[in-house]
Design a protein around this ligand. Sequence first.
Ligand code: NAD
Ligand code: UGA
Length: 471
Amino acid sequence: MKIAVIGAGYVGLVSAACFAELGHEVITVDNDLEKVNLLISGHIPIHENLLPELVHRHLGTRLHFSGDIRSAVHASDVVFITVGTPPSSNGEADLSYVEGVACELARSLNGRKVIVEKSTVPVRTCEALQHSMVLNGADRNSFTIASNPEFLREGTAVSDFLYPDRIVIGVDCNHSAEILEAIYAPLTDGSYYKREDAIPGPSDAPSRLIVTSVKSAELIKHASNAFLAMKISFINSVANVCESVGADIRQVCEGVGADTRIGPKFLVPGIGYGGSCFPKDVLAFRSVARAVGYDFELLSAVMAVNDGQKERFMEKVRKALWTLRGKRLAVLGLAFKGGTDDVRDSPALGIVRRLAEEGARVVAYDPAATERAAAQLSDLPTVTFAKSAYEACDGSDALLILTEWQEFRKLNLKLVREMLRLPLIIDGRNLLPAEEVEAAGLVYYSVGRQASLAQPAGGDNTKAFAASTSS
Ligand code: NAD
Ligand code: UGA
């Protein structure tokens, strides 16, 4: 199949590379020409596991990059739209990028095309897309529109794309259905998984294809993200109760998640969900409901709990350190989650900003997101960046963990204890084994458990505060 992908961001770039991997001819278009030139020269502008391997495998053969939408559409049978749909100031999805593409597509059609909406959009967007294309001069009989929402996660995007729980295609005609079924056939018939050079994944079983109406497909995406966000806010609320009564959220999650109707995934409490999707999609879904006269109160509660979780973490920091003015804090993690350099709506950045505003000096380290975070925090002179976790810890008063990078699990805690001025770790992601932290002589604040009661070796906290503030 000949495919054009419009928008070379996290979703567009991963989808394009994976379509090429499945054997299709792909042209990826972006209107950011700097990005296009980087990609043409083989540079991958985002940190995403397996993506460089996949792009280099197909670059120049089945995978091409261009700034010219018209020629890409001319060369293709199918056009995927993967541009951003950020939140507007009123909470609704800003569809102006999608509309911009619609106008350009209307002017570029030559022969019959299937236009596939892959960006996350409110229900009825495909209707509006069709209307806009006709309004901009496209012949109504020269294209069909389908919805194919994307469920990949950043950090595991390639594997998620090639080994999906399900592929959803929303179609209103057989032609669109046949084209999309053919595109995904190597996954749904399982032939891709038998290839010797296949990217390894969790299972060899053929992927499930779910065919729905266009509107249902659009709704499946918003409902899925809203449900996952709700699961996180739910477990964060349970964690808050655990802290008050002295229960351990890890044990509670094990017991709750063992029920197959609930499942163990997405039950990790923390500093609240972030990223470019959950916050905007929950907001946008609530707006969709409001627009049709339904008050989706549950989603308001999901958002309120999520906001409160950051404030709870700040309270823990204050409880552990008393005052923040003049304290030097090592922060590990700036990305919105582990495995990515994406800092869009990262709870970690919000917390770093609060710490700095309350007078702390922050020395932050992230394995991949430092450059992007530094650009967003450039107005804060008391926030600096370290090249390693240990460099951040050395001479800091306390250590804060804000992103669930796996490499932070492997910290040498005895060394951390020697480097910190106060024996304090405040872990917003429950990454570390509490027993080992305490065995290293550190007081451990985490989420959904009471702080460790062990007195640090060499004195109580009051003396440590005095030493810290007198220097
Ligand atoms: P992104 O901001 O990383 O990428 C969007 C790209 O589109 C940018 O490179 C931008 O330059 C380009 N673009 C904008 N207008 C264009 C135009 N007229 N012509 C050509 N290129 C244009 O966004 P993203 O994170 O990839 O998200 C894209 C969509 O996919 C959003 O709706 C998002 O909600 C959804 N989604 C994202 C993820 C994720 O993990 N990031 C997962 C599933 C779904
Ligand atoms: C999420 C969904 O998981 C994807 O299925 C979806 O395609 C995507 O949004 C999207 O629509 O863009 P992503 O945002 O990449 O993917 O990352 P997640 O792994 O879902 O994490 C989102 C946030 O929730 C992160 O801040 C993460 O730290 C937090 N989280 C996640 C928790 O606090 N607890 C958990 O148990 C899981």
